[in-house]
Write a protein that binds this ligand. Sequence first.
Ligand SMILES: Cc1ncc(C[n+]2csc(CCOP(=O)(O)OP(=O)(O)O)c2C)c(N)n1
Ligand SMILES: CC(=O)[C@@H](O)[C@H](O)COP(=O)(O)O
Ligand SMILES: [Mg+2]
Length: 622
Amino acid sequence: MTTVTLDQIQSPADLRSMGRRELKEIATQLREFVLQSVSRTGGHLSSNLGTVELTIALHYVFNTPDDRIVWDVGHQSYPHKILTGRREQMATLRQMGGMSGFPKRSESEYDAFGTAHSSTSISAALGMAVASRNLGLSRQHIAVIGDGAMTAGMAFEALNNAGVTPNVNLLVVLNDNDMSISPPVGALNRYLARLLSGSFYAAAKNVGRAVLQHVPPVLELARRFEGHAKGMVTPATLFEEFGFNYVGPIDGHDLDSLVPTLQNLQALGGLQFLHVVTRKGQGYKLAEADPVLYHGPGKFDPSIGIQKSKTPSKQTFTQVFGHWLCDMAAADERLYGITPAMREGSGLVQFEQRFPLRYFDVGIAEQHAVTFAAGLACEGQKPVVAIYSTFLQRGYDQLIHDVALQNLDVTFALDRAGIVGADGATHAGSYDIAFLRCVPNMVVATPSDENEARLLLNSCFLHPGPASVRYPRGAGCGAQVVAGLEAVEIGKAVTRRAGRVVAILCFGTLLAECAAVAEQLDASLIDMRFVKPLDEALLLSLAESHQAFVTVEEAMVMGGAGSAVLEFFGAHDIVAPVLQLGLPDRFVDHGEQSVLLRGLGLDAAGIEQSILARFAALLAPA
Ligand SMILES: Cc1ncc(C[n+]2csc(CCOP(=O)(O)OP(=O)(O)O)c2C)c(N)n1
Ligand SMILES: CC(=O)[C@@H](O)[C@H](O)COP(=O)(O)O
Ligand SMILES: [Mg+2]
């Protein structure tokens, strides 16, 4: 009967002092701790339940933190964080001032690389491996990458480069749970399934290894034989073609397989590729049954699972988009819906069901998603790329080079624009206004509420060229959405309030905050609707009747909508003070969206305070 307990483990060194049997007890306690903790705080769950044994085995076999582990995406790194001295911090997960939901170098020496955007782990681990080699350090460098993350081109760029990088210790562990966030897509998934079906081979191999493992010299001979045998037993795997020694698939929940196999691979060194098979949600029946629902849940009672809320909650912008996409697709058969592996998050579940031939989940492949859309547009179709603002950063060159430069009719529906909250700086949709408005031919729309989102989606979709519509994570002010498909004039703003002295130019969903301030200060309030093109006629007219301007956007001030107004004023010799309010020149960490916005002075009180601080004299009663 083992008496070890999770709280005995302050660091992996404590783990390494344990026996194999005790590790299994730790795994049981670690899995329960993850479930209970995440159910109290919210966060990523099913991925973490699936990596409990793998995490234990990696820290047991390898000399972390000297040996480096890079967790791809990093949403599955809670067991890693708990075993590396952050068990107590789990209670602060993704909260303001609390622990990040992803590995973060500034958080721990065990977090070798900051991740969150997918498919970076092999590149980073290879870089570390080359540095160790050239510094004469004998270290191991491990990239733990999921089957979903493996669908990104960047992962293959790294494998390709590794294959011609001599004398480095790089172990790639493919955590294959046959799931991305939603069911996996693509030919790679089918390929991995074929490898699994060849699991006889792996089992046979492992038996051989288990016998040989205590006689290392023979192991080398066996390896040479195995190389020969492999060619006979199975075709070399894709990964061997990249120069890796492929081992697997093995059971990623079986410590008796994981530990000796990892020890063998540690002894071999060089380019190693271990294919482990796990179950997303392992050990919690409700998550095993629905790993998608339990991918990133909010707080819930694990004894009964996630319950649908009884009170009808406000429509989210994602839902407004999803309904719009279906309505427009029904009206226009040229509409295609494309998502890079975020079917649920971007609101395309219903669209897939209703328009399966025009629905494309291209995997974690944002670059491909954009240029695939460009190809469709070349043939007269009207693709809509539904993509988080932060993930569009991956397809920026394709947007410029393949879409805008050719003036192709592609609509970008940018969800999670602005502050995203719990996911923090890695997922912030802060930059899209700045990096899109400088692209020729691009229309950049910033709807102020849910109804405006639908109106501007209509308008940008019907516009015969590249256009983007941005909207935030979650619900808006609760505006009633009119279900029509009519469009508004591109580049035309709406005056929401006629006031005096100061004109507040709002770009996006902070309009509700601005409305309260405009009322308080008797200022004019303009819903600008578009950053590009600006409503130049209105700006010229306002310059005649107002003495000062305030621009408000939930985006970087630097290069944002306010900068566009400043540039316009400069080009027209309009001399008027412009106060630019928006996101500062720093990364904004995780926390509650509303609390973060308040802290940034982007709630009504903060906006009013900034305006009074700058224009008090102007606003003082005559
Ligand atoms: C560049 C990028 N695109 C999309 C995402 C969103 N995302 C987070 S996890 C995930 C699925 C990852 O699947 P996999 O690697 O198999 O990990 P699993 O969740 O199965 O453990 C996706 C698409 C991301 N983090 N980065
Ligand atoms: C890890 C990852 O990138 C996704 O799971 C992301 O956290 C989803 O974000 P939302 O919760 O805003 O859909
Ligand atoms: Mg997966």
